[in-house]
Ligand binder design. Structure first.
Ligand code: FES
Length: 249
């Protein structure tokens, strides 16, 4: 396949960026999207040009680092997959593909297609954990029976890989789906009840401090989430937050 790529190039966080055109030929339909970018970069390096910077790590849909806006959609046209799982067979010979970084004030561009998503880390650090005594007397988590329905929903929430597609898809750049998944995975389990009030209060506070927008129930986040994190988690986050507000007074 021969393709025209329109790629966002930006030298650093302070520079203004622009779309740059590239032509790429002999793209195999079996290549992954990131392999196609690898081939583009090899060609640029051979010509003595700067390669396009993009984030990736596992290339298996696990780490959440390969966050690209492809033809206006986070992770491209397919549902429930990450950019690294997208294959070139999804495109046609002669197509023009627009490739941009995730756009959100709280995700500043570091270079080209790489954005700084450390805001998510800070939300997580604000309460997305449980405090456990690991001095050798740790109680086996499996010692506490959990109702199957709750265990399944907690597991579903825990599959969030923190890629930021929810933020990129949202017209308000809201991080509610991410935060709600991180709150839900604990809220549904007895281990999470102990610090529930502080957790939800501190995580929501940090989310607001980072400059993410509000949720207006559009649902684009759920549609674009590569892990299918449900809006049901946002409803749970709101309930947890209300409960915590009452408990604090
Ligand atoms: Fe890890 Fe894509 S590179 S999810």
């Amino acid at each position: 396949m021969n393709l025209k790529l329109k790629i966002w190039r930006q030298a650093d966080a302070k520079s203004s960026g622009k779309m740059v055109d590239y032509n790429i030929s002999e793209v195999s339909p079996d290549m992954s999207f990131l392999e196609m970018l690898d081939v583009l970069n090899e060609g640029l390096i051979e010509k003595g040009e700067e390669p396009v910077e993009f984030d990736h790590d596992c290339r298996e849909g696990i780490c959440g680092s390969c966050s690209l806006q492809i033809n206006g959609e986070p992770h491209g046209p397919d549902r429930a997959i990450t950019t690294c799982q997208l294959h070139m067979r999804r495109f046609k010979d002669g197509d023009t593909i627009y490739i941009e970084p995730f756009r959100a004030k709280a995700f500043p561009v570091i270079k080209d297609l790489i954005v700084d998503r450390s805001a998510f880390d800070r939300i997580q650090q604000a309460g997305g954990y449980i405090s456990v005594n690991t001095s050798g007397n740790t109680v086996d988590a499996n010692a506490i029976p959990i109702e199957k329905h709750d265990a399944d929903r907690a597991f579903d929430a825990a599959t969030c890989i923190g890629c930021g597609a929810c933020v990129a898809a949202c017209k308000n750049a809201s991080a509610m789906l991410f935060t709600s998944a991180k709150v839900s995975q604990f809220a549904l389990l007895p281990q999470g009840k102990v610090e529930a009030t502080d957790r939800v209060t501190n995580m929501v506070k940090q989310m607001d401090l980072e400059g993410f927008g509000n949720c207006t129930n559009t649902g684009a986040c759920e549609v674009e989430c590569p892990k299918g994190i449900s809006l049901e988690n946002i409803a749970r986050l709101n309930r947890e937050y209300l409960k915590a507000s009452v408990n604090l007074d």
